[in-house]
Design a protein around this ligand. Sequence first.
Ligand code: TYM
Length: 332
Amino acid sequence: RPRVLSGIQPTSDSFHLGNYLGAVRQWVALQDEHDAFYFVPDLHAITVDHDPKTLAARTRNAAAQLLALGLDPDKCTLFVQSHVPEHAQLAWVLSCITGFGEASRMTQFKDKSAKQGADRTTVGLFTYPILMAADVLLYQADQVPVGEDQRQHLELTRDLAQRFNTRFGTTFVVPEPYILTGAAKIQDLQDPAIKMSKSASTPSGIIELLDDPKVSAKKIRSAVTDAEREIRFDTAAKPGISNLLTIYSALTDRKVSELEADYAGKGYGDLKKDLAEVVADFTAPLRERVEGYLKDPAELDRVLARGATRAGEVAAATLASVHEKIGFLPPT
Ligand code: TYM
């Protein structure tokens, strides 16, 4: 079975629709036919300012959301990154074959650090993509299901895998990105020129999965559209309406062209009202399931412990082979 791996950061109290439609939905679909590893990257979460108590709660909450969204710990390996120390160990080795210039070209780093200023930007944020490469390569993943915004990081991951293999002998599988067209880029409701994002968007631009459906409905009602009246998919001329159609289509598994036909002659208000219902039908039961998982944190921790054990076995084998290849004296 081909292996897949992916992660989602515990940096907010709720995942948003972009996270789900761009990534987690594919994770759920892939767990049946693939050897799937999914994890909560808490090491990545501390590359920006964080509050320790909140991080622990959000890490559990992320696991609860993943289970509620359909990950089945009997089908996939679900774990927390810091429970498998090999991630940080491999990241060090990879950082020693990464060029400083190469790392400096990562656009997410450039954007985030420009916003924060050099003095508030950590070295951890700079090496973040190298840690991400370690996450993927440790598990010899064939495919990595992510949204469009992670494409450049996966390019770096592939480059590092190939470079290591060439210099030290074949060690890593060179992974392929698994990025869907359409849902891989859900845009901000208030500014459809930018992606929906926990860090960049205003609260009203993001539909959080754990929002009260009334709150989501209000956000959808106030989503930015355009001065025309026609409901038509056209990302250049009508980015707002196109984004709403993308979300609608993804959540209902209906083609955008069908939706366009259905809404011919109807107004933006009708589209928004119906979309709010579609979103509520999805999120209301989800909220209940998440609460259910959070009521039993001990059981949640047991699931994560089992995942860490399984992940640790794979990770340890890869790291041992890496250490041998680069000439570290084996411990006795
Ligand atoms: P993160 O936590 O920012 O996002 C989790 C996943 O959601 C996708 N995503 C989106 N997809 C579509 N539209 C959007 N607006 C949108 N916003 C986010 C992301 O592409 C991602 O797939 N660096 C990663 C976490 C990570 C990782 C890894 C992923 C760490 N190690 C190894 C894969 C493999 C991140 O910050 O994702």
